[in-house]
Design a binder for this molecule. Structure first.
Ligand SMILES: [Zn+2]
Length: 80
């Protein structure tokens, strides 16, 4: 199931966009929602490493699901 273990909170980023923070499979996951529907996602897992991506979604909900799918695939790879 593509679901983060913990939703930490939502803040407004430096550029004014909403940012949501999660703990996903023990990795910090930050999702930054741009006004054009793009969502930038960043994972920071310490020893695990870092990675980021950008997804598009018609709604914030759709973008969020796309980010979770990406995070799921990243954390299930050989480095997880
Ligand atoms: Zn922004």
């Amino acid at each position: 199931m593509m679901k983060p273990e913990h939703f930490i909170g939502c803040e407004i980023g430096d550029c004014g966009c909403p940012e949501e923070t999660y703990i996903f499979n023990d990795i910090d996951l930050i999702v930054h929602f741009e006004p054009d529907g793009t969502a930038d996602a960043f994972m920071d897992g310490g020893d695990w490493g870092e990675c980021e991506t950008s997804v598009e979604g018609f709604t914030r909900f759709a973008a969020r699901l796309a980010v979770f799918a990406w995070a799921e695939s990243m954390t299930q790879g050989p480095q997880a």
